[in-house]
Design a binder for this molecule. Structure first.
Ligand code: NAD
Length: 503
């Protein structure tokens, strides 16, 4: 049978109708926090056996409305996981991978229907790719120092319960990648998803936990707050049972995590600039920019957001963009689109421009229609020449319109790229065959990802070398997160023995 988009939608509608997510998740045993008898301890701060009644939270499959209960369940799951082998962690991750791959169409369609941003094909692809390629326990290699004074082994131990905040741009994909990496490192997690992606987050987590429980007997390795709010995020940030925070999102949540008083891994916002110099392979550059900037309608934090191209090739480059399938807007059309797509919010020195909600993550054809222009529905990207003062240059637009700014020299283009990346130190891209320009830009930008001659996602191992994660820690410096990011180093030293090389 050929699987069409309509077939998938029908299946998802049926499944959603059957699930009818209850406000309070079903539980096999009592969900209420059982009081412990330890003097002077609040129930949520104590991990004594009174509270850890075997199976107290079994049957939740990770769904919680209350942060204290979620952390208690994840703590119990962590203690159980600690008794299992690394091979079992691999088996647990195997279930997350299998579900992400086998059910990517159904879950990707749910994500699309709930969030209403991005492209269905890419929602599906993201889940499949994360299931296939997120690094697992193989990343946990130990280091050894051996010498005259014996042997020291450095191993990578878990933190415990990790609090994770995830974005609407990739709700279940971020949870999937975080869960694989964090569990590979021996941790469990409590997730506060974006409210606009909470249903698919809960459904994915329920499926993961259920499969893991049925195979290994541990429930609640991944817990999700089913009615997430800023208050529940704050409760996770400040909970004593949460040992580490990992947030993936924009400026507000990045700031909140950095001020939380806990160690935080922050995958923050970006505004990735592209420089194209006179030595670039223009057809290749155009194809790469369209692939990156149009992916999931420009929702990726690493996606090409503005282009600075040198005058000598500027017009030729725009012709190549059209040849490769992008649709060019006139100056007048760009001006109309800017009015519709970018809004000013805030007062006084808080006043700033943001993408308009109704066009964020929408198809190029929808943006075009907003200004009375009709183009084929499958058009990947709109583009056009702008002045650098156009807000599409400075704002992380997350929509498939790519602004091009004309520059006299590569030096000027790189200087403007630096200015409009805003010091996020996230991602920068160059198309060039001039090693000096590449080197200069790499040094100046100082970004976590620096891509040369490919689309943005090639930096995540998708068409380039390296490995994949959807949480790229920028201000806190961990880079593309992996299982090692979520571990503590522990050194085990044996003095004067077991080095078998000396006399
Ligand atoms: P967002 O910042 O609006 O929301 C992200 C998450 O943070 C959500 O769960 C939201 O509910 C929560 N949140 C927001 N403000 C908060 C606060 N003050 N306290 C606690 N929680 C808060 O972002 P979004 O629209 O969901 O996602 C897009 C943003 O995320 C973009 O800026 C993008 O660059 C960034 N992002 C970064 C990465 C990365 O790896 N660096 C990956 C994906 C997305």
């Amino acid at each position: 049978m050929q699987v069409t988009e309509q077939t998938i939608r029908d299946v998802v509608d049926q499944v959603l109708a059957q699930i009818a997510m209850p406000a309070t998740p079903p539980v096999a045993a009592s969900a209420s926090s059982k009081d412990c008898k330890c003097p002077g301890k609040a129930a949520q701060d104590c991990s004594c056996d009174d509270k850890k009644t075997e199976g107290q939270y079994t049957g939740h499959y990770g769904l919680f409305t209350n942060v204290d209960e979620a952390v208690a369940a994840a703590t119990h799951a962590f203690e159980q996981l600690s008794m299992h082998s690394i091979e079992d962690r691999k088996r647990i991750i195997g279930h997350i991978r299998r579900i992400s791959i086998e059910q990517c169409e159904e879950l990707g369609t749910m994500e699309m229907q709930e969030t209403k941003i991005g492209r269905l094909q890419h929602k599906i692809e993201k889940l499949k790719t994360l299931g296939e390629q997120t690094p697992g326990v193989e990343f946990l290699s130990s280091q050894v120092f051996s010498g005259d004074h014996g042997l020291a082994v450095i191993e990578h131990a878990p933190f415990g319960v990790i609090g994770a905040i995830t974005p609407v741009t990739h709700s279940l994909p971020t949870i999937t990648g975080n869960a694989v990496s964090m569990i590979a490192g021996g941790n469990t997690l409590v997730v506060n998803p974006h409210p606009s992606g909470k249903k698919v987050a809960a459904e994915g987590v329920r499926r993961f936990n259920r499969a893991i429980y049925e195979d290994i007997g541990i429930d609640n390795l991944i817990c999700v707050i089913t009615e997430p709010t800023l208050e529940s995020a704050d409760a996770i940030f400040t909970h004593r049972g949460v040992k580490l925070i990992c947030v993936t999102g924009g400026p507000a949540v990045a700031k909140a995590a950095l001020n939380s008083g806990k160690r935080a891994i922050v995958a923050g916002p970006g505004n990735p600039p592209v420089v194209v110099d006179e030595t670039a392979d223009l057809p290749r550059a155009a194809i790469a920019m369209i692939a990156g900037a149009s992916y999931d309608n420009n929702l990726l934090c690493i996606a090409e957001k503005e282009v600075f191209a040198v005058d000598a090739i500027f017009d030729l480059l725009l012709v190549e963009m059209e040849k490769a399938g992008a649709v060019r807007l006139t100056a007048d059309e760009i001006s109309q689109l800017t009015d519709r797509a970018i809004q000013t919010v805030g007062e006084g020195d808080q006043r700033h421009e943001v993408p308009a909600k109704e066009l964020l993550g929408q198809d190029a054809a929808v943006l075009a229609r907003a200004i009375g222009k009709h183009i084929p529905a499958d058009t990947p990207l709109l583009f056009g020449e702008v002045d650098e003062s156009n807000p599409f240059v400075s704002v992380e637009q997350m929509m498939p319109f790519l602004p091009f700014v004309r520059c006299r020299t590569a030096e000027e283009a790189i200087a403007k790229a630096l200015q409009y990346e805003h010091g996020f130190r996230h991602t920068a891209i160059i198309h060039s065959n001039n090693v000096r320009n590449m080197t200069h830009m790499g040094r100046v930008m100082d970004t976590t990802l620096f891509v040369k001659n490919g689309p943005c996602m090639s930096a995540l191992g998708l068409g380039g070398e390296g490995y994949l994660s959807f949480s790229i820690a920028t201000p806190t410096g961990e880079g593309v997160t992996s299982p090692l990011t979520f571990t503590r180093e522990r050194r085990c030293s044996l003095i004067d023995d077991l080095c078998i090389l000396g006399k």
